[in-house]
Design a protein around this ligand. Sequence first.
Ligand SMILES: *Cc1c(COP(=O)(O)O)cnc(C)c1O
Length: 363
Amino acid sequence: MSRYWSSLVDRLTPYVPGEQPKLARLIKLNTNENPYPPSPRVAAAIAEELAGGGALLRLYPDPNADRLKEAVAARFADAGIGPRQVFVGNGSDEVLAHVFMALLKHDRPLLFPDITYSFYPVYCVLHDIAHVAVPLAEDFSIRVEDYARPNGGIIFPNPNAPTGCLLPLAAIEALLAGHPQSVVVVDEAYVDFGGQSAVALIARHPNLLVVQTLSKSRSLAGLRVGYAIGDAELIEALERVKNSFNSYPLDRLAIAGGVAALGDEEHFETTRQSIMRSREALRAALLALRFIVLPSVANFLFARHPAHDAGELAAALRERGIIVRHFRAPRIDQHLRISVGTDEQCGQLVDALEAIVGGSATR
Ligand SMILES: *Cc1c(COP(=O)(O)O)cnc(C)c1O
């Protein structure tokens, strides 16, 4: 607290991201980054944007990032999506910040699961939004019946984070139909690892907003590109907030790289299939070590061991040069969230866990 701070700053408890260690040798399975490099077309497109000694950097980027919106719309053309139904930002975290302010701040409270992406409550405090955390079921699934109460909006990731559990599209459709007066935001950061996108429901539900990112399934966490897709009226609200805040959000390199990444379907398919295969192999190995592992359709697993404290496991792994995520939060403080790495990284994790918990992962 400082006498120079606003009362808002005094109230803020900022989001704490997973550690980005400066030590290069660590096996980093703590922030759900993709273990594979992005499409080679990304670096080529960025190099092209930098041609001539970077002369183009003199000029402001396209404030509307039209090329990128067109590339996103083209990817969802089957669902009838056009560029006017697309909003883009510096990573989906920035998109979400605008969504909370533009669409989720109302007199009635915003609803989200009690165990979910921990940025949501942070945005609520930042934007002074009334909110209620709705408990997940015992098995960590979302029960849509529990959302049948007065609300000013609903938001959840699908698959949920940090659990990896998927809510089927039919349940999302029931939620949309049951709350036609509220915006329902589906944060699909991990949907490409085995889920089904709700974008297909947008044509029938003007209250649906889907948020996606290139950080996870396109290996571009370092470039910062995210987007929202929904009815043009919802997108207009986001544009109004964005243009009252920062009218040039995406830089030239992010626009060029994002367009290139969205254009390489083959690279996308190969890498996401590898991650899904590695995930299932890692899950089997953890089960053999007596971990209790939630079924996941994300690029991470959520697991606990009946005989070992999660905090101690995380510390023991760290001593062996492997970092995973441990949340000191109610209901989940005995779980670890483990990002799926390459098969080699997963193998090193399993070897370390064999040494720590005892036993063998080979059946
Ligand atoms: C990673 C993540 C995001 C944010 O990703 P960006 O890198 O900001 O695009 C958003 N929502 C969830 C649930 C995430 O896990």
